[in-house]
Design a protein around this ligand. Structure first.
Ligand code: ADP
Ligand code: MG
Length: 424
């Protein structure tokens, strides 16, 4: 109609962080062999950053000018993403920084998030190079959804942000002990499981949690409000679209982008003692600085848990595992119904007395997500919002996202949709 207009566009910029030592030490070769060509074909410009030491990525992300980047992508195992998320949350502008879309390419030996992202895309199971290709394809599509984070407090007052798991007992021991088999790749967990089974032990401690209240049953004939599966919203990397489709918005503003996701009320916290709903949003001070993210469900670690919490009566465990993605490893489909932004901590524990064959059966069944159907009386599964674990065994291992953390009392709460993930 005669109006000439120019579009101001710039290519999307993706920072890809590679840990050259992850997995079998082949992350860089896997990247050049399988992903590079795909990104070139899809016209996704990227900058490769090869990490030089542990915490390199965390320091880099803490100081980076994030206006230069449309996404941060990790080509490693889950450990490197854990660094990146904590680097983002270390920042003064964490509220905005944590909105940077995050992507994952499986390059490590523990690729739980990559396996989960692949699973959320409703594709049939895939491993190794096939999983990498799938995640490369997902990255090229560039759809962004919400990602829950869990805030974790340790006895030393240290606070961590976790996207995958908090583990104690059998699972944590296998995770750390199997690091020495890293050169065999993802199968290290199976090897570690067999070795640990031979020296199965019991772990003493106290466990308490804040359960999720089941939605009230609807009367017959009423129409059920369906939560659509969390459809990723934003074509991030599509070269025909302007790139920052998501302006630098605060999480509050961002909630309108989430209208189609399962937790559009993701800043709403239910006070389970009186059913009152209180909306707690990150607040901004008058000078524009954001204040710290409050864990409103958690009392101090030295305080008793609130009355609304459930205290587990058993104190002898074989494992405690809090997980908030579908997969714990490429071949461990731990939470059949989990989604990246379901707002839930899926809490599993196995009490003492389980036999070695029964425990092995659970892990073998987990490959197909069938462990809950085993009818094992020692396995308990609860959906929770917060939990506290107080080990009383003098020694042990606790892991967060597969990384060993300080051993001792620990508590955690979910922050639904705090981060953003390239998936689907
Ligand atoms: P994997 O799945 O093989 O364990 P991860 O991504 O979990 O791979 O990385 C393993 C550990 O290596 C993590 O603790 C991570 O922080 C650390 N790391 C990251 N980059 C480097 C590096 N360049 N050198 C040594 N360790 C690193
Ligand atoms: Mg790891």
């Amino acid at each position: 109609d005669g109006v000439a207009y120019t579009e101001v566009r710039r290519p999307c910029r993706v920072m890809i962080l590679v840990n050259p030592h992850s997995g079998r030490g082949q992350a860089l070769q896997l990247f050049t062999g399988h992903v590079q060509g795909m990104l070139t074909e899809a016209s996704v410009p990227y900058t490769l950053v090869i990490t030089e030491h542990q915490n390199h990525a965390r320091e880099l992300v803490r100081k980076a000018d994030l206006s230069q980047w449309d996404a941060l992508v990790i080509m490693s195992g889950d450990g490197l993403l854990f660094e990146v998320i904590n680097g983002l949350m270390d920042r003064e502008d964490w509220q905005e920084a944590i909105q940077t879309p995050l992507g994952i390419l499986p390059g490590g030996s523990g690729n739980a998030l990559a396996a989960s992202v692949h699973h959320y895309s409703q594709s049939p199971p895939a491993w190794n190079e096939e999983l990498l290709l799938s995640c490369g394809f997902i990255l090229c599509k560039g759809l962004v959804g919400s990602l829950d984070l869990v805030s974790i407090h340790l006895a030393s007052q240290q606070r961590l942000f976790s996207f995958l798991s908090l583990a104690w007992g059998f699972v944590a021991d296998v995770d750390i002990e199997s690091e020495k088999y890293r050169h065999v790749g993802a199968i290290r967990f199976l090897m570690g499981t067999l070795v640990r089974l031979a020296s199965l032990r019991v772990y003493q401690g106290r466990l308490a949690y804040l359960p999720v209240m089941e939605a009230p049953k609807l009367p017959k004939g009423s129409i059920k409000a369906t939560h659509p599966p969390s459809t990723p919203q934003h074509p991030l990397l599509c070269s025909s679209l302007p790139c920052r489709l998501i302006p630098n918005s605060s999480p509050n503003q961002n909630s309108r982008h989430n209208h189609n996701s399962t937790n559009s009320n993701h800043n709403t916290i239910t006070n389970s003692s009186n059913n009152a709903i209180t909306t707690k949003r990150p607040e901004t001070q008058s000078d524009g600085k954001t204040i710290a993210l409050v864990d409103s469900l958690l009392p101090g670690l030295d305080q008793p848990v609130p009355e609304s919490w459930t205290v587990v009566k058993e104190e002898d465990f074989v494992l405690v595992l809090a997980i908030y993605q579908s997969h714990l490893a490429e071949d461990l489909w731990t939470v059949p119904g989990a989604m990246a932004d379901d707002g839930l901590i899926h809490l599993f524990y196995v009490t003492a007395g389980i036999s070695r064959p029964a425990l092995l059966r659970l892990f073998l069944a987990m490959e197909k997500g069938a462990h809950l159907a085993c009818g094992c009386p020692h396995l308990v599964y609860e959906k929770v919002k917060a939990l506290r674990l107080e080990p009383t065994s003098p020694q042990g291992v606790i892991t967060v996202d597969g990384e060993m953390v300080e051993y001792g009392p620990v508590q955690a709460q979910i922050h639904p949709g705090l981060a953003r993930l390239i998936c689907g």
